[in-house]
Design a protein around this ligand. Structure first.
Ligand code: ZN
Length: 565
C-alpha cells in the first residue's frame, strides 16, 4: 500500500481537543459526484414523463441544470471524460488522452490506469473481459491498477490535502477506470470484477480489504440474478420504442439475445457477470455497494466534508450493444432513475440531502446507430481503419518511401501510430511522412480530418473550434502521430471481432453534450442556458468548499452554484 491511513486516534483527538474547522462552516457534509457513463444530455428529459419521483425528476426540478454543457476535448472516451470531471483539466494537462495510448518511454501500448507495481487484492480479478463489450477498452497486460497516470490533482485530492486526510474520499464503479479516475491519488477506489463477480481494489489503496468489503462480497450479490431475466418494467405499449425491440443494428451477445426478456443464465456461465453489466443489474450492484460503503465508512457523519463518487456504467454498455434509441436503453434509463432515487433516499436518511451537494454529469454522450440515421436521409456508416494500411493510396506511398512493411502500425482512437522504426531506418523525415499520410487518409470515405501531430504542436493548424478541441486532447508525450476525426455519424463498430451498434469518441455534439446538474445542499432550482464545459465542474467544487483548484484545472467557477451559499 502506498500510504498509511490516518489513524482513528488522530482524527478523534483533533476533533475533541482542537475545535478547528477543516473547511468553511457552511460546507456540506458530503459531496456526492455521480457520473453516468454515456448519458447524452437529451436522454433523461426524453423519458421524463415515465420517470418516478426522487431520481432524475428531483435533479431536474430541484437542481441547477446546465442545459448546454460539453466536454471540450476531441476524444470523448470513458477515462478521458471521467478524469476531466475529476481534475477540471483538459486531457492535454491531465494526460488521460484515451483508453489506451502508446508509451514512448516503454515502447508499448498502455491501458490508462494500468500500473504493474500495484496488483489487485483478489487474484484473478482482472476485469479485461469487458473488452468484449466495450471496444474502447483495450486489454491491459497486467492486473495492476493505480491513478499514477493522472498527471495533475483531482478535486478529491485537493479536498484530502486541505483537510490533512480527514475528508473521506471514495470512488465506486463497475469499471475500474470509472472508480480510479474519480477517487484520485488520495482516495480509495473500488470496482466490479467480472472475473470474480465481486467488488475489488488494488494494493495501491489497501494491504487487505476492509472487513465490510469482505462481508459484502461474501453475500455473493450477483447470485440474486442467477437464472433470472431483465424484463421490461411496463407494458411495451408504454414505451417510446415499445414496438421496436428488434432493430437491425442491435447486437445479440450470445444467449442474452437482442429482445426482451434478456436472460442472465446460470451463475457459472461464461458471460453471466458480463450480462449483468450490460443491463440495469450492473447499476443495482453498484448502488448496493455504494450504500454499504456509506454505512460502514461513516460517510458524512462528522463536520469535515467527505467525497463519494459513484459512476454508473450500465447506460454505456447498453448504448454500445443496443444503441441509445432502443427499447433496452429506454428501460435501462427508467431503471437507472429508480436506482438514483434509491441512492438519494438513502443519502437523505444517513446524511441529509440538505447536507449533501450532489453533482451529476456524464463522461461522454453517444451517437445514434448509422442505420437509424439513414432512416432520416442522413448519410452515416461504420468505418474500418484496420484496412487503411492496405489501401491503394497508402500502398503507393509505401512504394515511394521504399517501405515494404506496414507504414500504419496501429490505430488507437483517435490516433494513428506510424511505424517509426522503419521511417528512421529509411532516413525519412517523420513530420513530412505524417503530413503526406494524413493527406492520403483525408481522401478516405468517412474521414473528416487527419492532422499531423507535428503540425499541431508547431501551431501549423487553423484557428478553429475543432482544432481547439483537438489541442485540448493533445498531450505531447502520449498522443499518436496523426489525429483522425471521422465525419459526423461515422465511426468504428468493430474491434477485436466484436461488432457493436454504437461507439462514442468524437468531438461532435452528440458525443460532447452531457448533463451537468448540481442539487441538494443549499442549491436553488435554476436552468442555465449559457454554454459551459465539463472542466468547470471540479473548479466549482473547489470554490464551493474553499479548497485550492486542482493543479491543472482549466475550468471556470460556475457562479450560479455558489450564489445560494
Ligand atoms: Zn463506452
Amino acid at each position: 500500500m502506498k500510504k498509511p491511513i490516518v489513524g482513528g486516534f488522530l482524527a478523534i483527538a483533533s476533533f475533541a481537543f482542537l475545535p478547528y474547522k477543516a473547511i468553511a462552516a457552511e460546507a456540506p457534509k458530503l459531496i456526492l459526484q455521480i457520473t453516468v457513463d454515456q448519458l447524452r444530455s437529451d436522454l433523461p428529459t426524453r423519458y421524463m414523463s415515465k420517470m418516478g419521483e426522487g431520481g432524475f425528476k428531483y435533479l431536474y426540478n430541484e437542481g441547477i441544470v446546465y442545459e448546454d454543457a460539453h466536454h471540450a476535448h476531441s476524444n470523448t472516451e470513458t477515462i478521458v471524460g471521467h478524469t476531466t470531471l475529476s481534475t477540471g483539466a483538459y486531457p492535454s494537462r491531465h494526460g488521460l488522452i484515451g483508453n489506451v495510448w502508446f508509451d514512448r518511454t516503454t515502447g508499448e501500448m498502455t491501458y490508462n490506469i494500468e500500473d504493474p507495481r500495484y496488483s489487485m487484492l483478489s487474484k484473478g480479478a482482472d476485469v479485461d473481459k469487458s473488452t468484449e463489450i466495450d471496444p474502447t477498452q483495450r486489454t491491459a497486460k497486467s492486473d495492476g491498477r493505480s491513478p499514477a497516470a493522472i498527471l495533475v490533482t483531482t478535486f478529491s485530492d485537493e479536498l484530502s490535502i486541505h483537510t490533512d486526510k480527514k475528508a473521506k474520499v471514495f470512488g465506486v464503479s463497475v469499471k475500474d477506470r470509472g472508480a480510479v479516475s474519480m477517487a484520485g491519488h488520495a482516495g480509495k477506489a473500488f470496482w466490479f470484477s467480472k472475473a470474480k463477480g465481486e467488488f475489488v481494489t488494488s494494493d495501491f489503496y489497501y494491504d487487505k480489504y476492509p472487513a465490510w468489503v469482505n462481508t459484502f462480497n461474501e453475500t455473493k450479490p450477483t447470485l440474486a440474478y442467477e437464472n433470472t431475466t431483465w424484463e421490461l418494467m411496463y407494458k411495451p405499449s408504454e414505451y417510446m420504442f415499445g414496438d421496436k425491440d428488434d432493430q437491425e443494428w442491435e447486437t445479440a451477445l450470445g444467449s442474452f439475445g437482442r429482445v426482451f426478456p434478456h436472460a442472465y443464465g446460470a451463475a457459472d456461465g461464461k458471460y453471466f457477470t458480463t450480462f449483468l453489466t450490460l443491463s440495469p443489474a450492473g447499476d443495482e450492484l453498484t448502488l448496493n455497494f455504494a450504500k454499504t460503503l456509506i454505512e460502514n465508512e461513516d460517510i458524512g457523519k462528522d463536520n469535515v466534508t467527505d467525497y463519494l463518487s459513484v459512476s454508473f456504467s450500465s447506460t454505456d454498455y447498453v448504448g454500445h450493444v443496443f444503441g441509445p434509441s432502443s427499447l433496452e436503453a429506454e428501460d435501462n434509463l427508467l431503471r437507472l432513475d429508480k436506482t438514483l432515487a434509491d441512492l438519494f433516499a438513502f443519502v437523505d436518511k444517513k446524511v441529509g440531502l440538505e447536507n449533501t451537494l450532489i453533482i451529476l454529469s456524464a463522461d461522454h454522450g453517444s451517437p445514434e446507430a448509422p442505420p437509424k440515421m439513414n432512416e432520416y436521409g442522413i448519410e452515416a456508416d461504420y468505418v474500418a481503419p484496420e484496412t487503411w494500411d492496405k489501401a491503394s493510396g497508402i500502398e503507393k506511398l509505401k512504394k515511394e518511401f521504399g517501405i515494404g512493411k506496414e507504414l500504419i502500425q496501429a490505430f488507437n482512437p483517435p490516433y494513428i501510430y506510424l511505424n517509426k522504426k522503419i521511417i528512421k531506418e529509411k532516413g525519412l523525415d517523420l513530420a513530412q511522412v505524417e503530413e503526406i499520410v494524413a493527406n492520403e487518409i483525408m481522401k478516405f470515405k468517412g474521414v473528416n480530418m487527419a492532422v499531423s501531430s507535428t503540425a499541431l504542436m508547431e501551431g501549423r493548424v487553423a484557428d478553429t473550434e475543432d482544432m481547439r478541441l483537438i489541442l485540448n486532447s493533445h498531450n505531447v508525450k502520449r498522443s499518436g502521430d496523426i489525429f483522425i476525426l471521422f465525419e459526423p455519424n461515422w465511426f468504428i463498430n468493430d474491434f477485436d471481432g466484436l461488432t457493436v451498434a454504437c461507439t462514442h469518441g468524437s468531438l461532435w455534439n452528440y458525443d460532447t453534450s452531457v448533463p451537468v446538474i448540481f442539487a441538494g445542499a443549499n442549491i436553488k432550482p435554476k436552468k442555465v442556458y449559457r454554454k459551459i464545459e465539463t472542466v468547470d465542474v471540479a473548479r466549482t467544487l473547489s470554490a464551493y468548499v474553499n479548497v485550492k483548484p486542482p493543479s491543472g484545472a482549466n475550468g471556470e467557477i460556475l457562479t450560479e452554484v455558489l450564489e445560494g451559499k
